[in-house]
Design a protein around this ligand. Structure first.
Ligand SMILES: Cc1cc2nc3c(=O)[nH]c(=O)nc-3n(C[C@H](O)[C@H](O)[C@H](O)COP(=O)(O)OP(=O)(O)OC[C@H]3O[C@@H](n4cnc5c(N)ncnc54)[C@H](O)[C@@H]3O)c2cc1C
Ligand code: FES
Length: 501
């Protein structure tokens, strides 16, 4: 976000009738819109923020076919054929990004680099051996073990090397993708909130907060967290916050590549180019994940990341950037892409990025294009949102038990007993009678009060002081400091607080 700007698009002032309406202008929505516009469909994209203003603007943009949950788990959960299709689809997604960037002339710093999964120095390489075997079984025969990890020899042990991974600048890619959609006849409207999708016979109507709506043959909700579809989809994924620092290093000091370790949560590293005149590059280091809304210690996590990074990359000069974002971890390791429900044949969703949203979003583009066009696609069943993988049940039970405990937040003591205790720029929960109130004092000292009850399924939101947001600990809905929804599954703002001051 600090190194790319995308020109805003107009608001939706009059109603439109098109073949396909896509809600969400992140990588998933724009990839789907691009594929469908290229296939000759009339397409409208709506986003309630700017293009790339969701998690795509916060990504670290590793483009990898090495599964985040590892191939051993994908094989156990989805079988040998499922693991093979997962490897095939993520490989195809990297190739597709490279092809689109080249065909559409998108200057997005796309670069092929090797990926390295490494263990800490002195740790056993057994896990890597098992993972190499699973990757080979999934068809990635060129994955190899190296005794030392390039660039990290002092602090890391052996690694698995995945050839032909890639990296790019995600917002520069989206900027080019948006222009390509428009060149192929599509239209993009920003700052338009989609409220609901109604089915009338063969058409669907996307209702927006304004008066104008969109009538479409098919609707794709590419909103990262799903704003439609069955409630069960929320039980099949869990929202996590992840933290990132961007540190200045001398140009050429760290070999370009993707690096990530076997810790839980793991660390992930790559280098972003700058203009040659800068003489420096940005080392991007992420990790320190926790369940959304269940910790408010961002400052400590940034420090821990910096300490970890400085111990391994002594060439770091200064940490220039710090940010966090949310990933939706699917409990069986793969995204949910396809029909939102059996009753709605032409309403589709893409969610459950599992930290691989660049490739999952690009897979969504290709797969949803084929579903809308009624073409066969070999990945359809693997990513079907209605799937229930019985082997994922232990994780499902664990995550949903964690959600159940959060309803106790209704009766926990307030964080402050009076609004006077809230400093400018901070938020806190207080109790007013039986109600819990989310109170925020802006930097000018004005107080903003909203109900602390999440409009999704009524958990109590928690203050996130690093991002100045209210985050729901149950399924990851997020609201800005004054209560506007910025992340689903909630699709409305925090309600007015009773007796607000
Ligand atoms: C710190 C971090 C690091 C990551 N690193 C990687 C990585 O290295 N590699 C990788 O592959 N993935 C990574 N991910 C994951 C990846 O960034 C995301 O999965 C991906 O960007 C999600 O794209 P999306 O299009 O699904 O969602 P988004 O980019 O969030 O787009 C959804 C859009 O929908 C809009 N929207 C939502 N509701 C509405 C509504 N009601 N009306 C209108 N518009 C609406 C939002 O405004 C938003 O613009 C990372 C994520 C984070 C946070
Ligand atoms: S996100 Fe489900 S209750 Fe808040």
């Amino acid at each position: 976000m600090a190194t790319a700007t995308i020109p805003p698009r107009p608001p939706l002032l009059r109603g439109r009738t098109v073949d396909v309406c896509v809600i969400g202008a992140g990588i998933a929505g724009l990839s789907a819109a691009y594929q469908l516009a290229r296939a000759g469909k009339s397409v409208v994209v709506l986003d309630d923020g700017p293009i790339g203003g969701g998690q795509t603007g916060r990504t670290t943009a590793h483009l990898s076919h090495a599964m985040d949950v590892q191939f051993q788990a994908i094989r156990r959960l989805h079988g040998d054929e499922g693991a093979r299709l997962a490897a095939e689809s993520h490989t195809a997604a990297i190739d597709e990004i490279e092809k689109i960037a080249s065909e559409e002339g998108i200057p997005c710093d796309f670069e092929r680099v090797p990926g390295h999964l490494f263990v800490p120095r002195g740790a056993s390489a057994t896990e890597l051996e098992r993972e190499m075997e699973a990757a080979h079984a999934a068809g990635l025969s060129r994955v190899e073990m190296l005794p030392e990890t390039p660039a990290l020899a002092a602090e890391a042990g052996a690694c698995l090397r995945f050839p032909r991974q890639a990296q790019f600048h995600p917002l520069r890619y989206l900027a080019g993708l948006a222009e390509a959609i428009e060149r192929h006849g599509g239209a993009i409207f920003t700052h338009v909130h989609a409220e609901a999708v109604e089915t009338r016979g063969a058409t669907r109507r996307v209702k927006t907060r304004g008066r104008a709506g969109v009538t479409a043959g098919a609707v794709i909700a590419a909103t990262n967290a799903p704003i439609l579809g069955p409630q069960t989809i929320h039980a099949k994924q869990a929202a996590y916050l992840t933290y990132v620092i961007g540190a200045r290093v001398p140009a050429g000091a760290v070999p370009h590549g993707l690096y990530w370790d076997t810790e839980d949560p793991y660390h992930y590293v790559r280098v972003q180019r700058r203009a040659p005149a800068a003489g420096s590059e940005i080392l991007i280091v992420g990790g320190e994940d926790h369940k959304t809304g269940q910790a408010d210690d961002g400052a400590k996590r940034y420090l821990a990341l910096e300490e970890w990074a400085r111990a391994r990359f002594p060439m770091i000069e200064e940490v220039e950037l710090r940010w966090s974002g949310q990933v939706m971890n699917s409990l069986d390791g793969l995204a949910f892409i396809g029909r939102a429900s059996e009753d709605e044949p032409d309403v589709y969703l893409a969610t459950g990025d599992t930290g691989m949203g660049m490739t999952h979003g690009t897979i969504a583009g290709m797969l949803l294009r084929d579903l809308v066009l009624r073409r066969d696609n070999p990945w359809r069943a693997l990513y079907d949102p209605s799937r229930l993988i019985l082997r994922a049940l232990p994780g499902l039970v664990r995550e949903n038990a964690n959600v159940a405990t959060r309803y106790a937040d209704w009766v926990t003591p307030p964080e402050v007993s009076s609004v006077e205790e809230i400093a400018p720029g901070q938020g806190a929960l207080l109790r007013r009678g039986l109600a819990k109130v989310a109170a925020y004092r802006d930097p000018e000292g004005r107080l903003h009060e909203r109900s602390a009850v999440c409009p999704h399924l009524a958990c109590i939101v928690a203050w996130n002081s690093a991002e100045r947001t209210w985050d729901c600990p149950c399924h990851g809905s997020r609201f800005d400091a004054v209560g506007h929804v910025i992340n689903g599954p909630a699709n409305t703002n925090l309600a007015a607080a009773e007796g607000a001051q």
